[in-house]
Design a protein around this ligand. Structure first.
Ligand code: SAM
Length: 245
């Protein structure tokens, strides 16, 4: 899968995505991440990319021409690389719809994503109208730029791409993916600061372990995310019964 990220701060993106599992996935070729410096596409002699907003108001807005030119640059770069797959253009924006695990799964089915990072007060609406398929927000708060949201989206999507995680089953049992929050987990030592690992995890009875984990997941989800709990229970009327068995 290929990610093209249009940004004013490519070093920020590379620093985050060049490490750990995503960094290794790039090296192995499971995914490709390319950053594109929007400023390089400004025709202004000072390489300006922003301007004041029509109608007045505080702050600066990223202007359409450098953004449009940068998209053209991405197109050329993809053509040079022989990329012809399915693709979607996303503008990271607090005004977008919320990024969820099911959205990440949906996006992982594309061969490529083009991610546009805004800055300042955002970007000229005409770029959204002409070039963007979808606006995505990573949460109900406002950040200074779209780079961190883009990294979050890449991370969430890339780990669903075959070959990125060592075992594809890893993400099936996790919080949210399964519809429930994950149960508590423990590793060695068995006792830490007088706190013991729950007995049930030490006795090798896998059926009991499974039951305990489901019970913990249900309990946590009910307490912390009643919205998820209700949805899960409507779709799986059985687990409460299994828990009591
Ligand atoms: N004036 C904009 C508004 O009210 O919707 C906010 C602009 S914000 C200060 C600058 C940039 O940060 C945005 O263009 C967007 O790319 C990014 N950004 C900020 N918060 C975000 C969020 N929650 N999700 C995704 N992107 C976000």
């Amino acid at each position: 899968m290929r990610f093209d990220i249009l940004t004013l701060f490519p070093d920020l993106v590379s620093a985050v995505l060049g490490e750990s599992i995503i960094g290794r996935a790039c090296k192995s070729g499971a995914i490709t991440i390319k950053t594109h410096q929007i400023r390089d596409y400004s025709t202004d002699k000072h390489h300006r990319v922003d301007d004041t907003t029509y109608g007045g108001g505080m702050g600066m807005l990223m202007a359409a021409p450098p953004l449009y030119n940068c998209f053209q640059g991405v197109k050329r770069d993809r053509a040079q690389d022989g990329f012809t797959g399915t693709s979607r253009v996303i503008y990271l924006s607090p005004a977008g719809s919320l990024l969820t695990q099911s959205k990440a799964k949906e996006l992982a089915d594309y061969d490529g994503l083009i991610l546009l990072c805004g800055h300042y007060e955002g970007i000229d609406q005409r770029i959204i109208d002409e070039l963007v398929d979808e606006e995505i927000s990573i949460g109900d708060y406002v950040l200074t730029g779209g780079e961190i949201p883009a990294c979050i989206l890449v991370d969430a999507v890339a780990r669903l791409v075959p070959g990125v995680l060592s075992d594809p089953k890893c993400h099936e049992e996790e919080s949210i993916s399964s519809g429930l929050l994950e149960y508590p987990q423990y590793t060695k030592p068995a006792v830490f600061h007088d706190r013991s690992v729950p007995e049930v995890l030490l006795n090798g009875d896998h059926a009991k372990v499974d039951r305990w984990r489901l019970e913990q997941s249900l309990e946590r989800t009910r307490e912390r995310r009643p919205d998820l709990y209700e949805k899960y229970m409507a779709e799986h009327p059985e687990p409460e019964k299994k828990k009591r068995r």
